[in-house]
Ligand binder design. Structure first.
Ligand code: IMP
Length: 179
C-alpha cells in the first residue's frame, strides 16, 4: 500500500482511477512553500514528510500557466483561485486573443529515495465557465484535442488529457518496474 498525502479528494479520486487499489489517502498537513517551480514545492514537502510517515508515499502539486499572462497564476494557482476564482481569471482574459495555457502536475514519490514525475496538459482558456464536474479551474480549461472543458468531463475522460493523469501514468509505470 502506498499513501497519497493530500487533503484534496478530487486529486485522490483522479489518481486512484489510475493506480486502482494500490493507494490510500492520508491527510497530514505539510508546508507548501512559495517557490519558483512545482518541483521545489514537492521536494520541500517530501523532505518534511519523509520522517513522519512509515512506508512509501507520494504528494502532488499542480498549477495553471496562462501564456498571455506570462505563466500566471502558475505556482500561485491555489492562492489565486481562492482570491479571484474562475470569474477573476476570465476577467483578466477579457479581449485577449491568445488563450493558450497549460496545466502542470508534479508527483513526488518517496520510498527511501525521491522520484519526481511531471505531466503537462496543453490547452486553452475557455470564453466562459462550462461544466460543474471536478474542481478549481476545471470549468475554464479546454485541453487540446477536445471541445469540452475539464468541468464537462467524467474523471476517466479528464485523466486521458490531464496533467495529473499523465504524471500518474508515469508513476504507475515506475511502480510496475519496481516489482
Ligand atoms: P495545489 O496543487 O494543491 O497547490 O493546487 C493547485 C491549484 O491549481 C488548485 O487549488 C486548483 O485551483 C488548481 N488546479 C490544480 N490542478 C487542477 C485541475 O486538475 N483542475 C482544476 N484546477 C486545478
Amino acid at each position: 500500500m502506498i499513501y497519497f498525502v493530500t487533503s484534496n479528494k478530487h486529486k485522490y479520486e483522479e489518481i486512484s482511477k489510475i493506480l486502482q487499489h494500490e493507494i490510500e489517502m492520508l491527510h497530514i498537513p505539510y508546508p507548501e512553500i512559495q517557490a519558483n517551480s512545482l518541483e521545489e514545492v514537492v521536494e520541500y514537502g517530501i523532505n518534511y514528510l519523509k520522517n513522519r510517515i512509515n512506508g512509501p508515499f507520494f504528494i502532488e502539486d499542480s498549477g495553471l500557466f496562462i501564456q498571455a499572462l506570462k505563466g500566471f497564476p502558475g505556482v500561485f494557482s491555489s492562492y489565486v483561485f481562492k482570491c479571484i476564482g474562475n470569474k477573476g481569471i476570465l476577467k483578466l482574459m477579457e479581449g485577449v486573443i491568445d488563450r493558450k495555457a497549460q496545466f502542470m502536475s508534479v508527483i513526488g514519490f518517496y520510498n527511501g529515495g525521491m522520484y519526481l514525475f511531471r505531466g503537462i496538459s496543453e490547452g486553452k482558456i475557455a470564453e466562459e465557465e462550462r461544466g460543474d464536474r471536478g474542481f478549481g479551474y476545471d470549468p475554464i480549461f479546454i485541453p487540446n484535442g477536445s471541445q469540452k472543458t475539464f468541468g464537462e468531463m467524467e474523471i476517466e475522460e479528464k485523466n486521458k488529457f490531464s496533467h495529473r493523469g499523465k504524471a500518474a501514468i508515469k508513476l504507475k509505470q515506475f511502480l510496475e518496474n519496481l516489482l
